[in-house]
Design a protein around this ligand. Structure first.
Ligand code: ATP
Ligand code: LTN
Length: 334
């Protein structure tokens, strides 16, 4: 608890261009949750270098992501928005937690298997211990809840196991976090292959709507979205492309899928698709304008980065000191 509020931690990697899936499935929920919780939202740049990155590009993307957090509506005076690499406690706790994590546990992580298959020329130790750094992120802030996608559930379960193991040995040091899986926009699918999730690393750019796509591109991608030959507007698993469009429209307009179906009843896909395009443009355009405005406020952004890194350090170092004491590190001489 911080100031009587439960604590929330989440983070995103600054790799690739963010998609509408990232926004509807994660960022938008973060903004809603920020009213109820004391929130820490990190740009997890230390995780990013588990895959080889171009340094200048990583730096640029990381700053853009931080600005995007704010443009989406996260107030940086109420939410701690910061770069993971600016707060040294993350690396320090991760080391200690690695000594409480078993090789067998990490060997079971499906993300490691997927990523090492994809990057066979660079299967580095960081990629293997990635989930322990994630556990450190969460446990440092004594987070009660962690909004994540279903793909991160295995990492969260590992985090809970590490926390419980440590607590069993040393007493109640860590809060054992719960996952928070949002309902609306939980899984936005590719516009070109509705069996796959919309993803920033998709090779086909037409499958994803990027947050920075211009209106014409958004409209074109929506109009070209893969549907089916049934021609009837309904919300059902047998029509996955259509279901996805209904989900996107509903998430953007705040309607339920049933309300959307009722709105388009008796109409064709030819009417639904441009309406989806308009709905997406109506939420992305203001977001893009705000990103452009904030990007110009260099001194202000810098001050946010500095102040929030200090806050994150202050909160997280309390947990770190406790842990260091528990494991038997010598006390510091002041
Ligand atoms: P990558 O393609 O590099 O694996 P990604 O687009 O899947 O990336 P992540 O960085 O893994 O995105 O996820 C960031 C956040 O966005 C997570 O909370 C994740 O659950 C959410 N998210 C990603 N894609 C979608 C999607 N298609 N629908 C809903 N939420 C999503
Ligand atoms: N692994 C996550 C990003 C991430 C994260 C975290 C999410 C790193 N640390 C802590 C929640 C809490 C991902 O790739 N989506």
């Amino acid at each position: 608890m911080i100031d009587g509020k439960k604590v929330l931690f989440s983070g995103m990697q600054a790799t690739g261009n963010l998609t509408l899936g990232n926004y509807l499935g994660a960022l938008k929920n973060w903004v809603t949750l920020s009213e109820e919780y004391e929130c820490f939202y990190s740009v997890v740049d230390m995780h990013s270098i588990t895959i080889r990155q171009d340094p200048a590009e990583l730096r640029r993307r990381a700053r853009n992501l931080l600005i995007l957090y704010m443009a989406a509506g996260l107030d940086p005076t109420k939410n701690c928005i910061y770069y993971q690499s600016h707060v040294s406690t993350h690396a320090e706790l991760a080391w200690i937690l690695k000594c409480f994590t078993y090789m067998g546990e990490l060997n079971r992580m499906t993300q490691f298997k997927d990523k090492s298959a994809k990057h066979a020329d660079n299967i580095n130790a960081g990629l293997f211990t990635y989930p322990v750094l994630m556990a450190a992120d969460i446990l440092l802030y004594q987070a009660d809840v962690v909004p994540v996608g279903i793909d991160q559930m295995q990492h969260l379960e590992l985090t809970r196991n590490i926390a419980e193991r440590f607590n069993n040995l040393y007493g109640d040091v860590f809060t054992v976090p719960e996952a928070y899986i949002g309902k609306v926009g939980a899984k936005i699918m590719s516009l070109q292959d509705p069996s796959k999730k919309m993803s920033k690393s998709d090779e086909n750019p037409n499958g994803s709507i990027y947050l920075m796509d211009d209106p014409d591109t958004i409209m074109r991608k929506c109009k070209r979205a893969v549907t089916d030959s049934e021609g009837v507007i309904a919300y059902r698993d047998e029509q996955p492309g259509l279901k996805n469009l209904i989900d996107i429209y509903s998430a953007c307009t705040g309607k339920t899928p049933q309300e959307t179906v009722a709105e388009f009843e008796g109409k064709g896909y030819g009417e639904l698709k441009p309406a989806v395009g308009e709905a997406v443009i109506s939420i992305l355009k203001p977001l893009q304008d705000e990103v452009a405005r904030l990007t110009k406020e260099k001194a202000y952004i810098d001050s946010v980065i500095k102040a929030n890194a200090e806050k994150a350090y202050y909160v997280s170092s309390k947990t770190l000191r406790k842990v260091q004491k528990k494991v038997g590190f010598p006390e510091r001489i002041r």
